[in-house]
Design a protein around this ligand. Structure first.
Ligand SMILES: *[C@@H]1O[C@H](CO)[C@@H](O)[C@H](O)[C@H]1NC(C)=O
Ligand SMILES: *[C@@H]1O[C@H](CO)[C@@H](O)[C@H](O)[C@H]1NC(C)=O
Ligand SMILES: *[C@@H]1O[C@H](CO)[C@@H](O)[C@H](O)[C@H]1NC(C)=O
Length: 386
């Protein structure tokens, strides 16, 4: 083509491209409705960031380099188990083994060290694979639909029972017990609180730290590590906050018996990602409205390495997926109420932003269409009981 023909040809090309995109916009309906929520906050919240990368790196390091060794202890009544990882204090120093976990385990019930390590690496491998597969644009409707497989079926009415001190004196126990599915959190004690919190439980929703505590205390003395306080048959749904806790799950499962089984459901990686986004979105929104600072300053208040949704919030999202109606009890604070109904813990943990999570529950109750990241999923009616 001759040089002087080039400009008109380019112009024609440009015009036809422009008209094409114009026609597309005019004639075709937009393929998706615009995403819900503030675009900047959505973008910041969708970046799972440092915390997730750290967990993945931890899991990868354990998978590549962990060792497990057990040693007889105290007249062979039990063994001491060490989970170790080589660690270099500085780039040039030779790596030294660092103990990641140390547990007393039964002398006879666990498989040999090599087999236990192989099983642990298997768990880590599935954990990593599930998390690496998460698409950037997660499809909430599909994630939520798949959760019904976790619980086996849908339930007409569900109660998620938080552990807030507001439950004390509430008298909600009988009402809680009428629900078809009752989810309790972090193995909170119910004995002695029946009038306020009820007695029935269908699922115990925990973070993996709870399992680690059970394993550290009870692996030798209690079948299944004594980690099912509501009855051996009541499953625990657990999200993994440290990959090393997958070893606790193997150990507790190995000590289970027919009368004390170890039913456990590890949460879907895509559900974890969805909850992380929603929690961060509401935390960002609250930060901006309370401080007046730009959203990008959020990390001044919240350490991204540790920031995390609470078990309660994830249990609520799970309930949205499998219930026709969701009631929340024991969420929220009033001045003077204890943080937990069942402990004397005074302070809230900094790693959660409970106030932001309460705003999420309020939106679910009053403006469910405004909840971001549920794109394509319509939540059932939610009622927050005071
Ligand atoms: C495993 O250890 C080696 C040697 O210390 C190190 O170079 C490598 O990065 C480690 N692998 C992971 C996944 O951390
Ligand atoms: C738990 O232990 C039983 C055998 O006691 C085994 O069949 C099952 O696969 C184990 N489950 C997990 C998740 O390790
Ligand atoms: C945002 O944080 C920086 C420090 O990280 C601070 O200097 C700045 O004042 C903050 N912005 C506002 C508007 O407060």
């Amino acid at each position: 083509m001759k040089r002087r023909h080039l400009p008109p040809v380019l112009l024609l090309l440009l015009l036809s491209l422009l008209s094409l995109s114009f026609r597309r916009r005019l004639l075709l309906p937009p393929s998706r409705p615009p995403p819900i929520g503030d675009p900047l906050l959505r973008r910041l919240a969708a970046d799972d960031g440092v915390g997730t990368r750290q967990i993945l790196a931890e899991a990868a390091a354990l998978m590549a380099n962990a060792s497990i060794s057990t040693f007889p202890s105290l007249g062979n009544h039990h063994r001491l188990l060490y989970l170790r990882l080589p660690f270099s204090p500085s780039p040039r120093a030779p790596p030294r083994p660092r103990t990641v976990a140390r547990l007393r385990v039964p002398a006879d019930k666990l498989p040999p060290d090599g087999d236990l390590l192989a099983a642990f690496r298997n768990s880590l491998s599935s954990f990593l694979a599930a998390r690496r597969r998460i698409p950037i644009r997660s499809n909430a409707a599909a994630v939520m639909a798949d959760l019904t497989a976790t619980t086996g079926r849908r339930f007409p009415t569900c109660a998620v029972v938080g552990n807030s001190g507001v439950l004390l004196g509430s008298g909600h126990g009988a009402q809680i017990d009428t629900h078809d599915l009752i989810i309790r959190l972090n193995n909170a004690r119910i004995a002695g609180f029946a009038i306020d919190v009820g007695v029935k439980t269908s699922i115990s929703f925990v973070n993996s730290n709870i399992l680690h505590i059970c394993a550290a205390r009870n692996a030798v003395t209690h079948a299944a590590c004594g980690c099912h306080p509501y009855g051996g048959e009541i499953p625990m749904a657990m999200y993994i906050c440290q990959p090393a806790h997958l070893l606790d799950a193997l150990i507790c499962n190995a000590t289970a018996t027919a009368s004390s089984p170890f039913p456990i459901l590890v949460t879907d990686a895509r559900l974890d990602a969805l909850c992380a986004r929603i929690a961060k979105y509401y935390s960002l929104r609250r930060f901006v409205s309370v401080t007046g600072e730009p959203a990008s300053n959020w990390t001044r208040k919240h350490d991204e390495k540790y920031f995390h949704y609470s078990s309660g919030m994830q249990a609520v999202v799970m309930a949205l997926a499998v219930c026709d109606e969701v009631s929340l009890f024991g969420f929220g604070k009033v001045d003077g109420a204890k943080h937990h109904y069942h402990t004397n813990q005074k302070k809230e943990l900094d790693l959660h932003d409970y106030e932001a999570e309460y705003e999420f529950y309020a939106d679910l109750q009053e403006r469910p269409e405004m909840v971001p990241f549920l794109d394509g999923f319509k939540p059932p009616p939610v009622r927050v009981h005071r």
